[in-house]
Ligand binder design. Structure first.
Ligand code: DC
Length: 233
């Protein structure tokens, strides 16, 4: 057992629906620990973008498998922001749009897509450690994670946060429509057969509806330190 934990690269898994602050919290926690960060949603978004560009029919297994772009998806840090690159092209704005999220949700429900991206996600597990955010980090991809966190917030608060973000980026958005779209995407993510969005067993749940990012980060850091102490003892 001692040997196992000495060899194992530690992982903090942060799951939850969109609009809970997952991405920001994961990046801040990774910064505090000095660890790597994995935004698994960005992989699904970039995959869906490439598939749609090729005109792939999501119901055609072979067409989906042939998309084969996971190795062409890279992340670049620029001016304190992470840009998503696809074969060298910056696709951040397109994949981060609401349309990009909808498309990602469709492809994320396809088992072949999930298994294509699985190896890529696991390869991100490198020393000194990884903070991974997504929907199935604690249940499937890193089921042996040292700390598992599940962030949630009311659909109304999540829609308002997303509305503000999109407005700031100059997108033309409608709050009521956004709320409906978020509820629809949740339904798809929660009810799909493959890796549905559910809290991992033993995950520490945080409702971020009425908390600032700083408060959530502090709470998560306490959990992480407690869990890391346990896994190294
Ligand atoms: O976290 P996000 O909003 O960028 O994710 C985009 C979509 O990808 C979301 O609808 C669910 C899907 N996704 C997933 O199924 N599994 C993950 N680990 C991450 C994202």
């Amino acid at each position: 057992m001692i040997q196992d934990s000495a060899l194992k690269v530690p992982v903090v898994a942060i799951d939850g629906p969109s609009g809970t602050g997952k991405g920001t919290v994961a990046a801040r926690v990774a910064g505090r620990l000095g660890w790597h960060v994995l935004d698994s949603g960005a992989l699904y978004r970039a995959f869906a973008y490439a598939a749609r560009l090729k005109g792939v029919n999501p119901d055609d297994f072979q067409e989906v498998v042939d998309v084969d772009v996971d190795s062409q998806i890279t992340f670049q840090s620029a001016a304190g922001e992470v840009r998503i690159m696809l074969a060298g092209e910056d696709v951040t704005d397109a994949v981060r749009s609401e349309e990009g999220g909808r498309a990602a949700s469709v492809y994320a429900a396809i088992p072949a897509v999930r298994s294509i991206l699985l190896a890529r996600q696991r390869a991100a597990r490198k020393l000194p450690g990884l903070v991974a955010d997504g929907r199935d980090m604690g249940t499937v991809v890193f089921s042996d994670a040292d700390a598992k966190i599940f962030l949630d917030a009311s659909p109304k608060v999540r829609a308002e946060r997303r509305y503000k973000q999109l407005k700031e980026k100059g997108f033309d958005v409608n709050l009521a429509r956004l709320e409906k779209e978020i509820a629809e995407r949740d339904r798809k993510d929660v009810t799909r057969a493959e890796s549905p969005l559910i809290p991992a067993e033993g995950a520490f749940k945080v409702d971020t509806s009425h908390k600032s990012i700083d408060e959530v980060v502090e709470q998560v850091m306490v959990v992480v330190h407690t869990c890391l102490r346990k896994s190294t003892s």
